[in-house]
Design a protein around this ligand. Structure first.
Ligand SMILES: [Zn+2]
Length: 296
């Protein structure tokens, strides 16, 4: 039986909603390769978090952000370099101040073109969304693990830790409001995305990733906006961390007993799938198993 054709990854800005005063989310509606996109308003500036994939999605997000921003100046930041999160940035170039962390800038420069090629191979809908995409570098970057943006009466923290889901993962934390935008460090009812593609891209650190989730749990966020999936609370982080630690342990036990990675994928993969019947994107289970098998 043929796989159902996935819906094209179109960001529908008409679903934009205000999740807290001056904090907006354009939800992914659980459409594959749509991210959750944020807009945070201060008195003077509006911060846009991620763009969606390709120039058309980027333009739609830019217009929607401009609408809620009124006369405020726009700042764009990206949670990480993966195409569905930041490859709409060209619509913001010259109209918004584009702000990345240094690792993300370097990773985009090093891998952006290859990811563009890889994603174009995902099917006609994705290729169409990426038509005309150009990679956009930041107007400004920050070094180190965090920086604070003053949007006018509202402070927003940008934090990064080094290699986890990617080299340049960045979360956006509204400490006063306890609202957290995680990028792909957390998904909701979606198997964690392990971009483990050796030898092309083997930049992934599951242990640091899990510890970052634990640190973010300690902040006691009230609202968690995951990279993909429904907006929730701290349980979104706990669920992902629990899944990762449990899978790491089970794979390590099997490796210790001498099972090769292929066999673990074949035997454990379906078990993991069955344990999470309401989660989507099960293709990421095998990537995660292979990643953990490579560590033990
Ligand atoms: Zn990602």
């Amino acid at each position: 039986m043929a796989e159902p054709t996935p819906p094209p990854p179109i960001v529908d800005v008409s679903f934009m909603r205000e999740i807290a005063s001056g904090v907006y989310v354009i939800p992914d509606r659980r459409v594959p390769l749509d991210p959750n996109i944020g807009v945070v308003l201060g008195d003077d500036a509006a911060l846009v978090i991620d763009t969606g994939m390709g120039p058309k999605n980027g333009a739609a997000v830019f217009e929607a952000a401009k609408r809620v921003a009124g006369g405020r100046r726009l700042i764009l930041t990206i949670t990480h370099f993966h195409p569905e999160h930041g490859f709409g940035a060209q619509a913001f170039k010259g109209k918004a101040h584009i702000f990345y962390n240094a690792a993300q800038r370097d990773e985009l420069a090093a891998k952006g073109e290859a990811y563009l090629g890889m994603f174009r191979g995902f099917g006609a809908g994705v290729a169409a969304a990426l038509e005309g995409t150009t990679l956009v570098m930041a107007d400004e970057t920050y070094a180190g693990s965090s920086t604070t943006l003053d949007l006018g009466g509202r402070s927003v923290e940008l934090r990064t830790w080094g290699l986890a889901h990617t080299n340049g993962d960045q979360v956006v934390w509204l400490a006063a409001e306890k609202i957290l935008f995680t990028g792909d460090l957390a998904e909701e009812r979606i198997f964690p995305i392990f971009p483990w593609f050796p030898p092309d891209d083997a930049d992934l650190d599951g242990a640091r990733w899990a510890s970052i989730l634990g640190e973010m749990e300690s902040w006691r966020p009230k609202i968690v906006v995951p990279g993909h999936g429904d907006v929730g609370g701290a349980e979104v982080l706990i669920t992902v961390r629990t899944y990762m630690l449990d899978l790491a342990k089970r794979v390590a036990e099997r490796r210790k007993a001498g099972e090769p990675a292929d066999q673990i994928v074949a035997s454990l993969g379906p078990v993991i799938r069955a344990e999470h019947p309401d989660w989507s994107s099960p293709e990421w289970i095998d990537f995660a198993i292979r990643y953990y098998a490579s560590r033990s």
